[in-house]
Write a protein that binds this ligand. Structure first.
Ligand SMILES: [Zn+2]
Length: 237
């Protein structure tokens, strides 16, 4: 008798959980018209754009174009993993840092990624915001410059987990604190991702094979860390 008293509630609980999972799966199978809460959204921002070219990696390859190609590939890889991923700019638009931050903050993503590329360094540098001053300082300008402060612990957590995970996927990776705008204006977990060649040759950044290698490593590393972040406001856990 004693054994039944222990077993029956456990069996009931297990059936309840399986039923809930089935209900959730059938809701997803039903397609977008049956609104399933969007739990995780990654906004990928190809830095620079339009008249703002970023670094000229070589005379023919401006940084803004490399960033956009990598951002598109990363979106595809994340989508393949079932993660909702959106680009901040689809084309060659000129956007200020303030415009980017306002667009991202309206979206309230699970994670914001600002993609840069450079001839310096090797592999992937994962940047978290270095805030310009004390978050307690009053005044609108300083509050805007420190908007990231409440999300900085989550940003640092993702950076701490992502860096060794990218390394496990075969790329050099390091974490860095830097005053990289608009990270400090973002009211979500936010990282800069700076891509460098691994062979010292800047042309590697323009190679499809290397761009895909970067995107695959980053997406796999991201998928394993995204579930640790809280769901977006207004969605189910
Ligand atoms: Zn850049």
């Amino acid at each position: 008798m004693h054994a039944w008293k222990v077993f029956l509630p456990a069996a009931f609980l297990s059936i309840t959980v399986v039923s809930a999972q089935r209900a959730s799966l059938s809701a997803q199978d039903a397609g977008p018209q049956n609104a399933v809460p969007i739990e995780r959204l990654v906004v990928i921002d190809a830095a620079h754009g339009g008249s703002e070219t970023g670094a000229m990696l070589n005379p023919a390859v401006p940084e803004k174009d490399v960033n956009l190609v990598i951002a598109r590939r990363l979106r595809q890889e994340l989508t393949n993993h079932g993660v909702l991923a959106q680009l901040l700019r689809e084309g060659d638009a000129t956007l200020t840092d303030d415009q980017r931050a306002a667009m991202v903050n309206a979206q309230r993503p699970t994670l914001y990624l600002s993609i840069h590329s450079t001839s310096l360094g090797s592999g992937v540098t994962i940047i978290t915001a270095l805030l310009p001053g004390s978050a307690s300082t009053r005044g609108f300008f300083l509050a805007w410059q420190n908007a990231q402060s409440s999300w900085l612990p989550q940003s640092r957590l993702v950076s701490t987990l992502l860096t060794p995970s990218v390394q496990r996927w075969g790329l050099p990776a390091r974490a860095l604190l830097a005053p990289l705008r608009p990270l400090n204006n973002i009211t979500s977990p936010a990282l800069g991702i700076e891509i460098s060649p691994t062979n010292g040759n800047i042309l590697q950044l323009a190679s499809v094979e290397y761009q895909q290698r970067i995107s695959t490593a980053l997406s796999n590393a991201l998928v394993s860390t995204l579930s640790l972040l809280p769901p977006r406001p207004g969605t189910s856990p």
